[in-house]
Design a protein around this ligand. Structure first.
Ligand code: FES
Ligand code: FES
Length: 158
């Protein structure tokens, strides 16, 4: 089947078998390897991308279900000049260890902050509940999301 979608602002088309997942399409056809293949069954969140602005496990979505939609991967979050504030804060706090969970966690955090710009710690934990970090670095990850929320609030007040 043929699928066409807008990925990080670019319209892309591919011809894939119907059982192809969005994750496989992104990684293997379009070389967007930021979304990681972890569990492949919806448990770890390593494959998280945004589909029409909503955080989705790309291993559970078929490429055909993403046809015609807007996809954002970690590669599309920064622009050429600067990291997204979430990426900058994660870097500043050294909030990740091996980094494998990072793209999924940052996109899940973006979805959280887009919908709740001033989350409590409990709401951050809840928002990231579907994203596992094998390095168990949750304290700094939660701190990084909270700091980003404060920075974005300061930017919008300035
Ligand atoms: S690889 Fe998709 S949730 Fe784990
Ligand atoms: S930093 Fe290693 S899995 Fe999260």
């Amino acid at each position: 089947m043929d699928v066409t979608m807008t990925v990080n602002g670019r319209e892309l088309t591919a011809s894939v078998p119907p059982e192809t997942t969005l994750l496989k399409l992104l990684r293997e056809d379009w070389d967007l390897t930021g979304a990681k293949l972890g569990c492949d069954v919806g448990d770890c969140g390593a494959c998280t991308v945004l589909v029409d602005g909503t955080a989705v496990n790309a291993c559970l979505m078929l490429a055909g279900q993403a046809d015609g939609r807007q996809i954002t991967t970690i590669e599309g979050l920064a622009d050429l000049d600067a990291f997204h504030p979430l990426q900058k804060t994660f870097e500043d706090l050294a909030a990740l260890q091996c980094g494998f969970c990072g793209p999924g966690i940052i996109l899940a955090a973006k979805y959280l902050l887009d919908n709740n710009p001033n989350p409590t710690t409990a709401e951050i934990r809840d928002g990231l509940a579907g994203n596992l970090c094998r390095c168990t670095g949750y304290t700094k990850i939660i701190e990084a999301v909270a700091d980003t929320a404060k920075e974005l609030a300061a930017q919008s007040a300035a």
